[in-house]
Design a protein around this ligand. Structure first.
Ligand code: NDP
Length: 500
């Protein structure tokens, strides 16, 4: 039935194209004409069609699946749900996206200032209110070579998507200089909001000349004694209004024409940075205690490499004024496709456009309420967490007793309420604790409540996971982790291979 109607639409479109030369039916002009054209051109004549009868009996079928939960993903979730299409938002490793790591956002229309994490919380609540479903999981791979599109999660779920919105955002870029990897978590970090309290009274540098470098420096000024922003050119790229803000922070200074060459340190921590002055051509060593990187971002497109068309910088290419990608019914929104504006408001707008495009496309395919009703309607069940599985440590003595007496490995998550990455990781940690409850003990330590313990284990970056075996420290993991990474490290700690 749908196949027939598509044939009709496709033939009509081609006929119009040939006879009247009306451009709307060629790809890239408007979303309706373009997507019908793409659907017909790409899939007709192949084994797959957009035939809804093939969905019968399949579980976890969603008309709209959004991958990512930053401003683009959540806005897409809101509009998908409001269009009365069952919409699933797969939250990924960083629910709420990068905005949860910034402090006050002053350029979101309608708010003079709102905390990034609060903005994302409200956006999620709004999308959920209208029926968007959320899955605390990460996508491992996608298969866009057949329809319905298949989405495989780290937890082993397969989700069938009639349309997909990729909103995976961008991640902080690395510097790629000697010492950066070696001292990661030992003085090198990208998150001032998480780690600034470890630098009370210290001397630190922030690398980069964009708006993030200013935001990081301002965060740090509440703790560090001296903050130097190192800019590689003779001017900053940051907005002039943000640059003017620095006048109010006497502890912050800016050095221009400086290229960082190497991060130096002793066995435990960063002690200095080797710098090259491009004007004087001098190389010097600056003694410092910490390096905060703010040198821009790279789009998170690994998942779709080989399936979607990317530009030379790795961003997803979208068609004209739509959010359509090179695969019909697959859309991209936010920083994963936008290297020009990279603003939360723009990301939200593109998420809205993507959901409108997906909705229009589904309607064109003949996705009616009757088809919707025929789909499996089970909600993606969230795992119920037994709260007692992760023991919250109240005293140092309690913790020492646990690691000394335990016959099985003890896995400890050091966190703080003010650290958004930590708060994103905790639910994953709890889920993994449930999975491995018979093989290891799990504990969480709020470093703000037990600072002596944090000092004892040289905690200078959170989140931090420590593994204890037979009463001694066996492994240290100082990176931001999703559920899969935590599962892998725990599997290793308990002697399983990560794939088990
Ligand atoms: P940007 O891409 O804007 O800036 C990156 C900075 O890092 C540039 O100054 C760049 O130098 C420098 N850089 C890049 N690579 C290196 C390197 N290898 N060594 C030394 N320096 C390097 O990234 P941001 O994260 O600052 O901002 C991203 C987006 O988010 C922007 O659109 C920004 O406006 C927005 N944003 C807005 C905020 C706000 O308004 N409150 C806060 C934070 C971000 P060069 O200039 O020479 O290329």
């Amino acid at each position: 039935m749908q196949k027939k109607s598509l044939y009709k639409i496709g033939s009509l479109c081609l006929l119009v194209l040939v006879l009247l030369s009306i451009p709307q039916c060629s790809p890239g002009n408007n979303s309706v004409g373009a997507s019908i054209y793409n659907s017909v051109a790409k899939f007709f004549g192949e084994n797959n069609t957009f035939d809804f009868t093939q969905l019968k009996g399949k579980e976890n079928v969603y008309p709209i699946v959004v991958i990512g939960s930053g401003p683009a993903g959540l806005s897409a979730g809101l509009y998908g749900a409001r269009a009365k299409k069952k919409t699933l938002v797969i939250e990924g490793t960083k629910p709420g996206g990068l905005l949860t790591e910034t402090s006050y956002v002053e350029n979101w229309p309608g708010f003079k200032a709102i905390l990034g994490k609060d903005l994302m919380k409200e956006l999620k609540a709004q999308a959920a209110h209208f029926g968007a479903q959320f899955l605390e999981d990460t996508v491992e791979k996608v298969d866009f070579s057949k329809w319905p599109y298949e989405i495989y999660t780290d937890d082993g779920k397969i989700i069938y998507a009639l349309s997909v919105i990729v909103a995976t955002g961008a991640s902080p870029s690395p510097l790629n200089i000697p010492g950066e990897k070696e001292f990661w978590g030992k003085g090198v970090t990208t998150c001032a909001i998480c780690d600034a309290p470890f630098y009370a009274g210290k001397n630190v540098v922030v690398i980069g000349g964009g708006d993030s470098s200013i935001a990081e420096a301002i965060q740090l000024s509440a703790y560090a004694d001296k903050i130097t922003i190192l800019v590689r050119k003779d001017k900053m790229r940051a907005a002039p209004t943000n640059q003017e803000l620095l006048a109010g922070y006497p502890k912050v200074s800016v050095m221009f024409n400086i290229e960082p060459k190497e991060i130096l340190g002793d066995a435990k921590h960063v002690t200095g940075i080797k710098l090259y002055n491009t004007k004087t051509q001098e190389t010097t060593v600056m003694p410092i205690d910490g390096v905060f990187l703010a040198i821009g971002h790279k789009p998170n497109t690994k998942l779709v490499q080989g399936s979607l068309k990317l530009d030379d910088n790795g961003y997803i290419v979208v068609e004209g004024r739509t959010q359509a990608t090179s695969i019909p019914g697959v859309y991209a929104a936010g920083d994963v496709e936008d290297h020009r504006y990279r603003q939360a408001g723009i990301a939200a707008g593109s998420g809205i456009k993507a959901a409108l495009d997906a909705d229009a496309w589904l309607n064109e395919l003949g996705f009616t309420q009757a088809v919707s009703d025929s789909l499996d309607n089970t909600q993606m069940a969230s795992v119920v967490i037994e709260p007692s599985l992760v023991r919250h440590m109240g005293t140092q003595e309690e913790f020492q007793k646990m690691i000394q007496e335990s016959k099985i490995p003890v896995i400890v998550d050091f966190y703080a309420d003010y650290c958004p990455t930590c708060m994103q990781m905790l639910p994953h940690f709890k889920m993994v604790a449930q999975q491995f409850k018979d093989l290891a003990l799990f504990a969480s330590i709020d470093i703000a409540k037990l600072p002596d313990l944090a000092q004892k284990y040289h905690v200078s970056k959170i989140p931090l996971i420590l593994v204890f075996k037979d009463g001694t420290l066996a492994a240290r993991y100082n990176t931001e982790m999703g559920k899969k990474e935590i599962q892998d490290l725990v599997a290793q700690a308990v002697g399983q291979t990560p794939a088990e």
